[in-house]
Design a protein around this ligand. Structure first.
Ligand code: ZN
Length: 106
């Protein structure tokens, strides 16, 4: 079965995603924005779930972490639009799923 969301909505400062395997993900919007995978942001969490910010990379405003809306792209990804005008990050469902997985302490 191909993993895809059955429902996506913003709840407070989180993006809530229901998946077709019956699970749910809650992604903090600030975390989501910092994980923006577009070329300008280059966000990608490391194995500990920390997102390394690139030197000289994207700078954020107060409204950078506010979601203006989102679109489903190509049936495999979500493209959020942020209130600061940024909207080039395409988050594949797999990526979202990985972002939302809890980190197991070692
Ligand atoms: Zn970006």
């Amino acid at each position: 079965m191909r993993l895809e969301p059955t429902n996506i909505q913003q709840i407070g400062n989180e993006l809530a995603i229901q998946w077709n395997d019956g699970t749910e993900s809650y992604l903090d919007l600030q975390f989501l924005r910092r994980a923006c995978p577009c070329a300008a942001c280059g966000g990608e969490p490391d194995v500990l779930g920390n997102i390394m910010s690139r030197p000289g990379g994207m700078s954020y405003a107060d409204n950078s972490f506010e979601l203006a809306g989102f679109e489903i792209v190509g049936g495999y990804a979500i493209q959020p639009r942020w209130r600061d005008g940024h909207g080039t990050g395409i988050y594949s469902f797999q990526y979202l799923r990985r972002l939302s997985q809890p980190v197991t302490p070692t």
